[in-house]
Design a protein around this ligand. Sequence first.
Ligand code: AP5
Length: 200
Amino acid sequence: MLNIALFGPPGAGKGTQSEHLVKEYNLLYISTGDLLRQEIADQTPLGIQAQSIIAAGGLVSDEIIVQIIEKTIIDHPGANGFLFDGFPRTYVQAYILEGLMLKLNTSLNCLLSLNLPEEVCVERLLNRGKTSGRSDDNEMVIRNRLREYNEKTIPVLSFYREKGICYDIDGTRSIEEVTRELDAIAANELKKQPLNIVLF
Ligand code: AP5
C-alpha cells in the first residue's frame, strides 16, 4: 500500500497536485476539506456544526475530523492506498492517523510538505475565489486560515521530521514542475515496498 499525506498552507496546491497522484497510483483520495463541504451541502448535523467554523477560517474539532475520516475508510474497504489532503492538521490528528494506519496493518509512507510564501497563497486563493464559489476564499478569512496553519498545523511537521518521512517541496514552481517532484518521490516510495511473489 502507498499512503501519502499532502501538507501545506491554504492555496499551496494540495488539491491540484492530488489529482495526478490519485490517478497514477490508484489511491483513495481523502480531502477533509471536500468531505466537510459535502457534509455542509447535505446539512448533516456534523456539517451544521462545521459550517460557521469553516466560514470563519478556523479549524474544525478533531472529533468531527476523526468521524469523517473513519467513515470514509470504512466505506472503502478495498482501498489500494490513501492520499490524505489537508489531514492531519493537529498533533491529535497525527496520532489518530497513526492508529488508523496501524489498524489497517499499514503506515504512512511520506508526508509531502508544499512550502510557499503567504502572499503567494493569498494571491492564488483570491484568484480561485473569483470562480470557485468557496465562501472562505476572501481576504479576511484567508488570513485567519493562514494564522491557524501557522499556529496549529506547522508544529505537526516536527512529528514527521522525527520519523524521517517528511519531504519539503518548493511549491512556488509551476504545477508541472511540482507534479514531477511529487511523482518521483511517490515512485521511489513504491519501489521500497516488498514484492509479494507466489511460486507454485
Ligand atoms: P481545505 O479545503 O483543506 O482548504 P485549505 O487547506 O485551506 O486548502 P485549499 O483547498 O484552499 O488549497 P490547496 O492547497 O488545495 O490549493 P489548490 O490546489 O486548490 O480546508 C477548508 C477548511 O476546512 C479549513 O479552513 C478548516 O476549517 C476545515 N478543515 C479541513 N480539513 C481540516 C482538518 N483536518 N482539521 C480541521 N479542520 C479542517 O490551489 C489553489 C489555487 O492555486 C488554485 O486556483 C490552483 O489552480 C492554483 N495553483 C495550484 N498550484 C499552483 C502552482 N504551482 N502555480 C500556480 N497556481 C497554482
